[in-house]
Design a binder for this molecule. Sequence first.
Ligand code: PLP
Length: 461
Amino acid sequence: DGSKHDADLDHGERAFTADQVRVGQRAHDLDRAHVFHSWQAQGPFDPMTILAAEGPYIWDGEGQKLLDMSSQLVNTNIGHQHPKVVAAIQEQAAKLCTIAPQHVNDARSEAARLITDRAPGDLDHVFFTNGGADANEHAIRMARLHTGRTKVLSAYRSYHGGTQLAVNATGDPRRFASDYSAEGIVHFMPAYQYRSYFGATTEAEETQRALQHLEDMITLEGPSNIAALILETVPGTAGIYGPPAGYLEGVRELTTRYGIIYIADEVMAGFGRTGRWFAVDHWDVTPDLITFAKGVNSGYVPLGGVVISDAIFETFRDRVYPGGLTYSGHPLACAAAVATINAMDDEGMIGNAERLGRDIIGPALHEMAQRHPSIGDVRGMGCFWAVELVKDRTTREPLAAYGGSSPEMNRVIAAMKSGGVLPFANFNRIHVVPPLNTPDADVRFGLKVLDEALSIADEYV
Ligand code: PLP
């Protein structure tokens, strides 16, 4: 079919030999026999084999080419197999694969410099972790030690990671099985205008009421007990619902007033995803701690971390920080981060992400909303967009209930895949989250496939 191929000129076609396909099939058989997968019922799960990947494209086990509009788990911000990053990992591997965290290594030092240079305010030090969940665990530990308090405020409709404390802090249903296995987490209602918990009908009202709710929570929980507030700057998996104007400024003001450490979780929103280095840059807000992972090196080698304010750093100047990881600041991961950040700079990817959102993705999705009655809401920025699908625009009844999938959503997702696009889907939402350097024509191709698949969603309106 012509539609699949007219936009993908930059990355070419690939033919796989029968042998290559057989290797993929054997990998799939071994996977089903021996691999235990994240967040799955192991029996019915049928994972997709990936034979190859390049730029924004992947090739599945049958050799079908798919535009990866999910950036995997919203982490391949520079696409797959970026030659400069691959070379940097190879060079670092040839020089020095691993050192313990107590030593010095040029890749780690340079990664820390590049990250802190881009972080706002006086966030001048980095504690490196292996990913996002452990970054949040450590940020919370730092906040507790710094304040001498224990409670942590966290928003419903959020995701902070799969380890014990991080999953308890999470506000989506992935927390349910682990609820109360970690202590001290208290959830509050986020500002989420499309389904306002405060009955707000305007953005200003949402901001004002959500902040009033937050201050009430602080008062009722006891400010002197609250160590930290953790908040995704733009909540990602939970729906890419950016904060209403004034909300983050209000959060900063309240946390400062009550001596609460403000942890901005930018594991998904950071490193260019929103069209800025850090998402907080859109609002000129400086948190006390920022957690990152994913986009810092596009996930080529696992890496995460906490960027730390000078005031919190001072707590540990003469006091041992009781925490660490064998692979903190792993040279291969840090070399990949250095090369990724430099490539983002050299190739103008941050500006490109902003432009793609402003000139292509945003206008296309808003235009689709005029034709597809199943679109309840369109929101986003940069290469970070969500379309919320509903059966009824007035009642806002979702196309899949909160916390689950539905046959209706599954048909939309399947149509996108057969059209040549791998989407990121969650509950009743399709997320448009391509790599930041996806060529315009390929972005348009992905949007066209989404447009076609939405006619299926329209059948249920
Ligand atoms: N925080 C946010 C906002 C995330 O989106 C994620 C992962 O999706 C995490 C934390 C957890 O990161 P990781 O899976 O690297 O532990």
